[in-house]
Design a protein around this ligand. Structure first.
Ligand SMILES: C[S@@+](CC[C@H](N)C(=O)[O-])C[C@H]1O[C@@H](n2cnc3c(N)ncnc32)[C@H](O)[C@@H]1O
Length: 277
């Protein structure tokens, strides 16, 4: 019996998993060694302890461009131009580096500026030109300045807008407290549900990125629904963990799509962008 015939004969018997074990072990060990190498490098070189930052792989960046193109119904070439715009914004990069270096939390921040999926938020704001964006969950304010940068560019083109950024932590948002970004950011401190209830202007774009429990995410989408402008877009940063926005979309007659990011050279599996529109 030649080797191929022997393999096929073994594959039909209960011995097959034992025969395949060395190959399976090699495959999974190679994969795990790669993750361990990345994790060890990150432990030694990064200072971040939550809300990790990283770049996207080029494949993931390309998928993000197509995702935004479909959601906003604009050519992918235009989306790529928006992604390039934020990535090459040296003024923003210099501001972030200086603000991080001067902050009380500098010991827990990296010295490289990496936006991950937030470049997708930027492109959506550039494409849809909202008058009022609401972001729940601010942390240092990286998302807020990315959103503010898009709004400032829109204003230069005759489409001004503002972002209301909500966080329960009074120390949140230090990156967004510097001009010109601060000129379009309204930082509101308090529980997001109460702050959403107090909004007094229609919301064109809403982003959930605060308490990522299922119950809180649902409460935010329920609370913001009566505040939305016609045709408003809803985003969630929690799409890889819950189905809350998809269910909300189904209940309210919207379309829904999810994008899952892939971080480059990082152990973290990444988050994503869920959108209902
Ligand atoms: C993942 S971080 C936000 C990240 C930010 N959007 C960014 O782009 O980097 C989550 C933030 O949500 C805030 N948070 C948690 N529970 C909250 C609540 N009930 N209301 C408002 N903010 C809350 C936390 O203080 C934290 O700063």
């Amino acid at each position: 019996m030649d080797r191929i015939k022997l393999r096929r004969a073994v594959a039909r018997t209960p011995l097959a998993p034992i025969a395949a074990f060395p190959k399976r072990l090699r495959t999974v060990a190679r994969h795990d060694a790669k993750v361990l190498r990345r994790s060890a490098r990150w432990l030694l070189t990064s200072r971040e302890h939550h809300n990790y930052t990283y770049d996207l792989t080029s494949l993931s960046r390309n998928h993000l461009a197509w995702f935004v193109s479909v959601v906003c119904d604009i050519p992918v070439k235009q989306v790529r131009a928006y992604l390039g715009e934020i990535e090459s914004d040296d003024g923003l990069r210099q501001h972030l580096l200086a603000a991080i270096a001067a902050s009380d939390r500098r010991g827990l921040a990296d010295k490289e500026i990496r936006y991950a999926r937030r470049i997708g938020w930027y492109a959506i704001v550039r494409a849809t030109r909202p008058t009022h964006v609401v972001e729940t969950g601010v942390d240092k304010g990286l998302g807020s300045v990315v959103l503010a940068s898009a709004l400032l560019r829109n204003a230069q083109e005759g489409h001004p807008g503002r972002v209301t950024s909500l966080d329960i932590n009074p120390e949140a948002g230090y990156l967004a407290r510097v001009a010109p970004w601060s000129e379009v950011v309204d930082l509101v401190i308090g529980d997001s549900i109460a702050s959403i209830g107090a909004l007094d202007r229609p919301v064109d774009l809403f982003l959930h990125d605060s308490d990522h429990s299922r119950a809180h995410e649902k409460r935010e989408f329920d609370a913001v629904e009566p505040k939305l402008a016609p045709g408003a877009i809803l985003l969630t940063d929690n799409v890889t963990s819950t189905n809350v926005l998809a269910e909300h979309a189904e209940r309210t007659g919207r379309r829904f799509l999810a994008y899952r990011e892939s971080p480059a050279n990082h152990w973290y599996p990444g988050d994503g962008i869920g959108v209902a529109w």
